[in-house]
Design a protein around this ligand. Structure first.
Ligand SMILES: *[C@@H]1O[C@H](CO)[C@@H](O)[C@H](O)[C@H]1NC(C)=O
Ligand SMILES: *[C@@H]1O[C@H](CO)[C@@H](O)[C@H](O)[C@H]1NC(C)=O
Ligand SMILES: CC(=O)N[C@H]1CO[C@H](CO)[C@@H](O)[C@@H]1O
Length: 248
């Protein structure tokens, strides 16, 4: 983490990273961190609910992990920008997404594992876990939030498959999974795939005109003029809950 913080500071870039977090008690959580262009860890959270098979390894997040947006200082020219992030199928949790939108996200980092294209109707797995399904969820989040979305999918290689022993499993069967792209605030995909091969590693670049977030939101702002808080609202509790609480 310190190396990443140092690199972010040296190049004045923000870093948003997902990682396996080991707590002081030894339990593992699905961690995410936002590092500012000044090199500070300004937000750290855990996936609220590990998905299905993830639950055999990882624990749940708590109230404070609802906080998923940080205001980052990009210097005098760009000013401060609200950057948010969610992990994988958290993009299928409407209340969690609504809570992030209410925090004012402008650039959202959607984190995904390596995911493979939908092979067709005979597929025994879930369409919503395929590259197509997950991209749809990221695009839908862009539509709902009016934010730019960096749709980031990990790439898996032979060493990963060997280490995880997943060659005959449901996921991570062969090298690939890379389908990253940038999505605009109206949901359109702004960048082309990196290469023909989803196993290619690289960086996807795009220039984000943030004034488009404002103009798109004049059409739709689900926590503003396009909401009915007199009829429907979200109530939340973002206090961290500890396993042991001292009572007098
Ligand atoms: C897979 O990626 C890891 C991490 O970048 C790297 O250390 C390893 O050498 C790669 N393995 C293969 C077979 O390319
Ligand atoms: C909405 O965002 C898209 C980029 O996704 C942009 O091309 C378009 O001009 C924006 N529309 C408005 C009305 O701002
Ligand atoms: C409803 C919807 O947006 N479907 C899209 C999901 O993703 C596939 C592949 O990217 C598109 O072809 C669908 O139109």
């Amino acid at each position: 983490m310190e190396q990443l913080q140092q690199a972010a500071k040296e190049d004045s870039i923000a870093v948003v990273i997902g990682f396996s977090e080991r707590s002081s008690s030894g339990s593992l959580y699905m961690g995410q961190a936002i590092i500012s262009p000044q090199g500070e860890v300004v937000l750290q959270r855990r996936k609220l609910k590990a998905t299905h098979m993830e639950r055999t390894i990882f624990g749940d997040g708590s109230g404070s992990d609802l906080n998923c947006v940080a205001e980052l200082d990009f210097g005098p020219e760009l000013g401060s920008i609200k950057v948010g992030t969610l992990n994988c199928w958290e993009h299928a949790q409407p209340l969690l997404k609504f809570h992030e939108i209410q925090q004012g996200v402008v650039i959202h980092i959607a984190m995904w594992p390596p995911i493979d294209p939908y092979p067709g109707v005979e597929f025994p797995g879930l369409w919503s876990m395929t590259a197509d399904g997950c991209q749809n969820l990221s695009q839908t989040f862009a539509v709902e939030s009016g934010a730019f979305v960096l749709h980031c999918t990990a790439v898996c290689n032979e060493s990963g498959i060997e280490a995880m022993d997943t060659r005959n499993g449901m996921l991570f069967r062969e090298p690939g999974g890379g389908h990253s792209c940038v999505i605009g605030p109206d949901g359109r995909r702004l960048t082309q795939p990196l290469a023909d091969k989803p196993s290619a590693e690289g960086i996807v670049y795009a220039d984000l005109d943030l004034t488009r977030v404002v103009t798109n939101k004049s059409f739709q702002d689900v926590v503003g003029h396009y909401s009915r808080p007199d009829l429907l609202w979200l109530s939340y509790d973002n206090e961290k809950k500890d396993a042991a609480v001292h009572r007098n």
